[in-house]
Ligand binder design. Structure first.
Ligand code: GDP
Ligand code: MG
Length: 177
């Protein structure tokens, strides 16, 4: 009999306000998109069950609920995270420049055991507006310079690459757990 408990994996989504964090979560969990700007979804997190390596795991995805100012989220938000998603907007290149600050903020607050090996997934979002990020090559080299970081370009609006990105999030979170 299978006696192992199902893994609950905690995922944090960070990035500048307006890049599409809430929309990505909503597309991944509810397969819905809204053009209306909503600062918060009114919940701390959303969950979705996903299969990784033939194991059913529950991803618990934590959103920032409009508190995208450094040091405003508190330790409970970060505690026990298994993977961190860093989002920027491919139509607003300056939001890519914030990735470093968000990564540092996460490492400082969550303080995982091995900072250099902790899994991050970087997402350049809104490819339905602009097919490819101007910052694609900059981001690629930023990611390879940081160690355990994967990079995807997505659209939360039409769903492009959202499944693939979060499948990698789940895989990395399970390896970290
Ligand atoms: P957050 O502040 O990072 O949570 O960003 P939101 O998810 O609230 O999105 C900010 C705005 O960008 C909203 O008006 C969304 O409808 C829009 N948006 C988010 N993702 C996309 C996308 O992939 N494509 C387009 N065209 N708009 C998006
Ligand atoms: Mg939001």
């Amino acid at each position: 009999m299978e006696t192992r408990k199902r893994a609950f994996l905690k995922v944090i989504i960070l990035g500048d306000s307006g890049v599409g964090k809430t929309s990505l979560m909503n597309q991944y969990v509810n397969r819905r998109f809204s053009n209306e700007y909503k600062a918060t979804i009114g919940a701390d997190f959303l969950t979705r069950d996903v299969t990784v390596d033939n194991k059913l795991v529950t991803l618990q995805i934590w959103d920032t609920a409009g508190q995208e100012r450094f040091a405003s989220l508190g330790v409970a938000f970060y505690r026990g995270a298994d993977c961190c998603v860093l989002v920027y907007d491919v139509t607003a290149p300056n939001t890519m420049d914030s990735l470093d600050a968000w990564r540092n903020e996460f490492l400082e607050q969550a303080d995982p055991l091995h900072h250099d090996e902790f899994p991050f997934v970087v997402i350049g979002n809104k490819t339905d507006i602009q097919a490819k990020s101007e910052k694609n090559s900059v981001t690629q080299s930023w990611c390879s310079g940081k160690g355990n970081v994967s990079y995807f370009e997505t659209s939360a609006k039409n769903g492009s690459r959202v499944e693939e990105a979060f499948q990698t999030v789940a895989q990395k979170a399970l390896e970290q757990d």
